[in-house]
Ligand binder design. Structure first.
Ligand SMILES: [Ca+2]
Length: 422
């Protein structure tokens, strides 16, 4: 851990073993907290899961499987650029300080500025050693992420930009499992691009908010107890009635908590963070699709894309209606555990219900068609979208809606943030 606090770059050698390593997850989390630049180097064709998907969403990957030589060249090129650059986290040289040495510490191996070929050979050796140990390597320097995603502060949600466009909101009358509140289907135009978080707000992100503000998030939350949902004293986002780690989505949050979180984020960053409008949510979730789910119509495909009430849940709750597939999670899963939609958004369906800005109405009659929120002064119910670990096909469809009292907290409910762009 001492190495993490003194380093500037972490090269994460990524394989299926890393996906399963809790130690590497912890080291990555500490690296993020210290503001280190992380360069993931993938040595197997595996997707990052859970905390890795979340932490690495904005990082630029380098693949060392397939064309090994080309991958090494890319990495060497990146590192040379990094070392030569003076990025925002590079400490300023003191007046009159000696020029920086021509070599840098790379783990415990000297990293020569020249020649390039020698650097590449050393790098390969270190990577091989690291990969065989399933460990990580540290390096001084700075690095920038890719352009399509961004994060406004280390504890801020990872955002991605959603393009402007039009779509049909709601479901057609013949969609299986449809509810009346999904109609009438109507065309909505989103006039401007906006940013949406790639993941639901996590426990660690919500912790940062509570630590900074002292926000009171209640001491009771509805949980599944003795065969029914009931408000349960002592339950809260800190203790929702099942185990969570910091990469799980925060739950037991009501609409007021969600609004307080985005208000704090806006104040902290100076950016216009907010909840999604209900129209924006469905537009972002569908990502151009018109099917029941953003990946198609088949219930048994769901478990590759989200965490719903599934065969794992049925083992504990045989009375539940469940999906005909197994996602492996009884309750919440770490954000990013499943495949994203075409906009690169994870868990838009399943895992946790997501509060949106709108006041809930049981029909789309007179609904806004410009992507704005439906509001009213005496709003008692606000809308949630996406379904949760507790829901089967009917409620985890793209068109499915839920209206819940503004003050009510459930251990299936969380939030996702949006940001207006300047
Ligand atoms: Ca599940």
């Amino acid at each position: 851990m001492t190495a993490i606090s003194s380093a500037r770059i972490m090269i994460l050698v990524f394989s299926d073993n890393a996906n399963r390593s809790s130690e590497i997850k912890k080291e990555l989390a500490i690296a993020s907290q210290h503001g280190l630049v992380v360069i993931p180097v993938r040595i197997e064709d595996v997707a990052p899961k859970g905390a890795f998907a979340y932490e690495l969403a904005t990082r630029q990957w380098i693949d060392l499987f397939g064309d090994w030589g080309q991958g090494v060249e890319r990495l060497v090129s990146h590192l040379r650029g990094v070392i030569a650059s003076k990025g925002p986290t590079q400490p300023a040289a003191a007046p009159g300080a000696a020029p920086r040495a021509a070599s840098r510490t790379f783990g415990h191996v000297l990293w020569p500025a020249k020649p390039r070929a020698r650097a590449a050979r050393i790098l390969v050796v270190v990577l091989l050693v690291s990969a065989s140990l399933g460990t990580v390597v540290w390096l001084r320097g700075v690095f920038t992420g890719d352009a399509s995603s961004f994060r406004d502060c280390p504890t801020c949600p990872v955002m991605t930009i959603i393009p402007a466009g039009s779509f049909a909101m709601g479901s057609p009358a013949n969609e299986a499992d449809r509810d009346d509140d999904e109609g009438p289907q109507h065309e909505v135009r989103i006039a401007k691009p906006f940013a949406v978080a790639k993941f639901a707000v996590t426990v660690d992100q919500y912790t940062a908010f509570v630590q900074a503000t002292g926000h009171e998030s209640g001491t009771s939350c509805s949980a599944w107890t003795d065969g029914k949902w009931a408000p349960t004293p002592g339950r809260s986002w800190r203790n929702p009635g099942y185990l969570q780690d910091p990469s799980h989505p925060a739950v037991c949050l009501n609409w007021n908590d969600a609004k307080a979180y985005v208000a704090w984020l806006s104040g902290k960053t100076g950016k216009a963070y907010r909840l999604l409008t209900e129209a924006e949510w469905e537009y972002a979730a569908r990502a151009g699709s018109t099917t029941r789910y953003y990946f198609g119509d088949q219930d048994d495909d769901f478990c590759r894309f989200g965490n719903g009430a599934d065969q794992t849940a049925k083992k504990t709750h045989p009375e539940w209606t469940v999906l005909p597939c197994d996602d492996g999670y009884l309750t919440t899963a770490p954000v990013g555990s499943f495949k994203p939609n075409r906009f690169g958004l994870y868990d838009m369906l399943g895992n946790v219900w997501q509060w949106v800005e709108d006041c809930y109405a049981n029909s789309y009659r007179d609904a806004p068609i410009d992507g704005t929120a439906r509001t009213r002064v005496d709003c008692r119910l606000h809308s949630l979208r996406g379904g949760s670990w507790n829901d089967s096909a009917k409620s985890v469809r793209s068109a499915s809606r839920n209206g819940v009292a503004t003050e009510e907290r459930n251990n299936t409910d969380g939030l996702r943030v949006a940001r207006s762009l300047e």
